[in-house]
Write a protein that binds this ligand. Structure first.
Ligand code: PRX
Length: 651
C-alpha cells in the first residue's frame, strides 16, 4: 500500500472544506440530510419513490428481485426510454422549450425544442423501421457529436432496438470488434466529423470495419460534405437525409418495453484483451439517470446543462441524453475541441448559452489551468451555479482552480464517482446538503450502499485504504456482459459474494468520506478514458518488430495517467526514434488515438517474477524516474536484473 499512502499525502494537503451556502441549500431539490438515513433503511422504497418520476405505460409489480449477482428492477413494468426523454414533454408546457442547443465546431448551431426533437426522433424511428430494424436488433452508432447522434439513440430506443455507440475516436479495428461482438447488422455513421478544423474520416473507418461482418446497411450522415471523399457502396450505403426524406412525418408509436429489456450496450476496457459489452436495461438505468439529475445536479426547469463529454462514452449517454432529457432539461452539446478556434471555446459557449451547470473532467480542468485564467476572464460566467467533475480522481489544486476561476467561489462542485457499469453517479455530494472536501467524491448518494473493505471483505477502519465495493444492488447497475455472463460474474462478483467490485482502490477518512485512489487492475485511466493495458500490449506485439511488451500507466500532470510501453524487439531489429514513431502509430491504427503511448522504452528484457508475471510496479517506478532517473533504453539485462533484486529484497 506504499503507493496509496503517497498518493493520499498529495490529495490531503488541502484541508479546507466547503459547506453549501444557505442560499443554495434553501433552493435545492434535496436539502434534508434525513434522505440518506431513510434510503439506507429501505433502498427499495427510496428507489420506488424515485421511479414515480418516470412515465410508465404499465406499472411494475415488484421493485427488486435479487438473485446475486443478477438483479431485476421494477419487474413487469412497461415503459419507453425515448418516450420518457422526449415525448412526455411534448404534451406539457415544455413542448416549446429547448431540449438540445447544439454548437458545431466550425460555429454553426441548431436548437431543437422538445417538439422539434420529438418529430426528428419519430422520423428517424420510421426510417430505421423502413431499413428493417426491429425490436431487439443491435444498431452500431459511430458518429461525431452532431444532433443525429442523440437522435439515433432515441430513435433506437423508441422502436426497442438496442444501440451500441462506438466513440468516433476508435479505430476501424476497434469498431469492427464491437460490431462483431454485438452481432449488429446496421451501422450509422457520417462522412466525417470536425476536430480542430480537420476532418475525422469516420466513413473510411466504418468501411474498413464492416468488412467480414454481417452489416447489411450503413446509414451515412452528411456532416463535412466536400471536405471528405465519401464512397457509397451500392445496395449497402444510404444517406441519412435521403432516407429521412422518405420516412413518414407521422408520430411513431413508442414500443412498450419491459423494465428489463435491454436499452443499450456500451463497450469498455477490462483487464483481458477483449472489451466488454456492458448491458444496461430500460427502467433501472433510466431511474438512476433521472434521479441523479435531480439529486446530484439539482436540476431545475430553468437550468442549461452543459456536459462536455462525448456521447461515445457513458457520461454522454447518461448526462447528455437520458438523464437531462428525461428530466426535461435544456442541454448544450458541443461538437469539437476546447481549443478551437481558441482556448476560450468552452467559456464562449457557457456565455453564449447562459449555461448554469457545467460537467467536465479533471484532465480538462488541468489543461485550463495550464493555459492560464486569461482565457476565462474575458467571458461572463455569471449564469453558472453548479459545477461537476467525473472520470478520474481530481487533485485538490485542480478542484480549487475550478472553484475559484470558473465557479468564482460561488458554485458548489460535485465530484462524481461512477463507471460505465454503474450507469449513473454513485459517490457524489448532494450540493444542497454535503460539505465538500477538495479531492474527495464525498459519500455514496442516497440508495447506494458503498464501502471500503480489506481482502477478506471486512470494512476497513476510518483512516484506512482498501477495495471500493457496492454492497446492495442499485437500479442502474449493469445486468451482465453481452454474450459472456461468466465474465460478468467473475469480474464484478468473483471476489466477494453478492458484492459488486468496481476495480477501484479507495480510502475512507475519519468522517467516512471516500477518496478514490484509482484502478487496482490493469486498466489505465488516460484523460478519464479507460484503456486496458492488455489491449495496448496486443496492439504492440502485433507489429512485426516487437517480441514482447508491457504497458503501464504512469502519472501525468495533465492526463492523470499516460500510457508507457516497455518493448523488447525481435532478434536483429534495430531500435530507433523512427521505430518509436511507427509503434505509436501502430497502436493508434489498432485501437484509436486515445491509446497512443506517450513513451516507448526499449528494454533487453522485461522484469518478471519467478512465476513469469510482469513486475508492473517496478516498471511504473522506472517510468516515473523513482528508480534510475529518466531512462529511454534499458539495454543492459543486468540493469533489469539488479533492479529486480533490489525490489524483491524490499517486498
Ligand atoms: O477509476 C474510476 C474512474 O473511472 C473509472 C470508470 O471509467 P468509465 O467506465 O470509463 O466511466 C467514466 C465516467 C463515469 C472508475 O472505475 N473514475 C470515474 N469517476 C471518478 C473516477 N475516479 C475518481 N473520481 C471520480 N469522480
Amino acid at each position: 500500500m506504499a503507493d496509496e499512502t503517497s498518493q493520499l499525502d498529495t490529495l490531503l494537503h488541502e484541508q479546507r472544506t466547503f459547506a453549501p451556502s444557505e442560499e443554495f441549500r434553501k433552493q435545492a431539490n434535496f436539502n434534508d440530510p434525513a434522505v440518506y438515513e431513510r434510503a439506507a433503511q429501505d433502498p427499495q422504497a427510496y428507489w420506488a419513490e424515485q421511479a414515480a418520476n418516470l412515465s410508465w405505460f404499465e406499472d411494475y409489480d415488484k421493485v427488486l428481485e435479487w438473485n446475486a449477482p443478477h438483479a431485476k428492477w421494477f419487474l413487469n413494468g412497461k415503459l419507453n426510454a425515448a418516450y420518457n426523454a422526449v415525448d412526455r414533454h411534448r404534451t406539457t408546457s415544455r413542448k416549446n422549450k429547448a431540449a438540445i442547443m447544439w454548437e458545431g465546431e466550425p460555429g454553426d448551431s441548431k436548437v431543437f425544442t422538445y417538439e422539434m426533437l420529438g418529430r426528428e426522433v419519430d422520423k428517424a424511428a420510421h426510417m430505421l423501421k423502413n431499413l428493417g430494424v426491429k425490436k431487439g436488433d443491435r444498431v452500431t452508432i459511430y458518429l461525431p457529436m452532431i444532433p443525429e447522434l442523440p437522435i439515433s439513440l432515441l430513435a433506437c430506443a423508441k422502436i426497442g432496438a438496442i444501440h451500441s455507440v462506438v466513440f468516433g475516436g476508435f479505430s476501424a479495428k476497434s469498431l469492427k470488434e464491437r460490431i462483431l461482438d454485438g452481432d449488429s447488422d446496421v451501422v450509422i455513421t457520417a462522412d466525417g466529423g470536425w476536430r480542430r478544423g480537420k476532418v475525422v474520416p469516420l466513413k473510411g473507418n466504418a468501411d474498413a470495419a464492416v468488412e467480414g461482418t454481417a452489416v447489411r446497411k450503413m446509414l451515412v450522415v452528411q456532416r463535412v460534405g466536400d471536405a471528405a471523399e465519401t464512397e457509397m457502396v451500392a445496395g449497402r450505403d444510404v444517406y441519412w437525409h435521403e432516407e429521412m426524406a422518405k420516412a413518414p412525418s407521422t408520430p411513431c408509436a413508442a414500443e412498450p418495453m419491459d423494465s428489463e429489456d435491454i436499452l443499450f450496450l456500451l463497450y469498455t476496457s477490462g483487464t483481458t484483451g477483449k472489451p466488454k459489452g456492458i448491458v444496461h436495461t430500460t427502467a433501472g438505468y433510466l431511474v438512476g439517470a433521472n434521479t441523479s439529475m435531480r439529486s446530484v445536479f439539482d436540476l431545475k426547469d430553468e437550468d442549461i446543462f452543459f456536459c462536455t463529454a462525448d456521447i461515445g462514452w457513458v457520461t454522454g449517454h447518461t448526462y447528455i441524453v437520458y438523464g437531462p432529457l428525461s428530466a426535461g432539461a435544456t442541454v448544450v452539446m458541443y461538437e469539437g475541441a476546447p481549443d478551437f478556434p481558441a482556448r476560450d471555446r468552452f467559456w464562449e459557449i457557457v456565455e453564449k448559452y447562459s449555461v448554469t451547470t457545467l460537467y467536465t473532467a479533471p484532465t480538462s480542468i488541468r489543461t485550463f489551468m495550464k493555459w492560464g485564467p486569461q482565457y476565462v476572464e474575458n467571458h461572463n460566467l455569471d449564469t453558472l451555479r453548479l459545477l461537476g467533475t467525473v472520470g478520474e480522481p481530481i487533485n485538490p489544486e485542480a478542484w480549487m482552480w475550478y472553484h475559484e476561476h470558473i465557479g468564482k467561489g460561488r458554485c458548489p462542485i460535485v465530484d462524481t464517482w461512477w463507471q460505465t457499469e454503474t450507469g449513473s453517479a454513485m459517490i457524489a455530494p448532494l450540493p444542497g446538503i454535503t460539505e465538500t472536501k477538495p479531492g474527495s467524491a464525498t459519500q455514496p448518494v442516497p440508495g447506494i450502499l458503498a464501502d471500503v473493505v480489506d481482502e477478506n471483505g471486512n470494512s476497513v477502519e476510518p483512516g484506512h485504504g482498501g477495495y471500493l465495493v457496492v454492497k446492495h444492488p442499485w437500479p442502474s447497475m449493469l445486468r451482465t456482459v453481452w454474450g459472456d455472463d461468466d465474465r460478468f460474474k467473475r469480474t464484478y462478483f468473483g471476489q466477494f459474494e453478492g458484492t459488486y467490485l468496481p476495480g477501484d482502490g479507495a480510502h475512507k477518512d475519519k468522517d467516512s468520506y471516500f477518496w478514490i485512489l484509482g484502478r487496482i487492475d490493469d486498466v489505465i485511466n488516460v484523460s478519464g478514458h479507460r484503456i486496458g493495458t492488455m489491449e495496448v500490449e496486443s496492439a504492440l506485439v502485433d507489429h512485426n518488430a516487437v517480441a514482447e511488451s508491457a504497458v503501464i500507466g504512469r502519472s501525468h500532470e495533465v492526463k492523470g495517467q499516460a500510457v508507457t510501453a516497455f518493448v523488447t524487439v525481435k532478434e536483429g531489429v534495430e531500435t530507433s526514434p523512427e521505430l518509436v514513431q511507427e509503434l505509436k502509430q501502430h497502436v493508434v491504427d489498432k485501437i484509436g488515438a486515445m491509446a497512443r503511448p506517450e513513451e516507448i522504452i526499449f528494454t533487453a528484457e522485461l522484469p518478471k517474477t519467478r512465476s513469469a508475471k510482469i513486475m508492473r510496479r517496478l516498471l511504473r517506478d522506472i517510468a516515473e524516474g523513482r528508480v534510475i532517473g529518466d531512462t529511454t533504453t534499458l539495454a543492459d539485462p543486468s540493469v533489469v536484473e539488479s533492479l529486480k533484486n533490489q525490489y524483491s529484497n524490499n517486498e
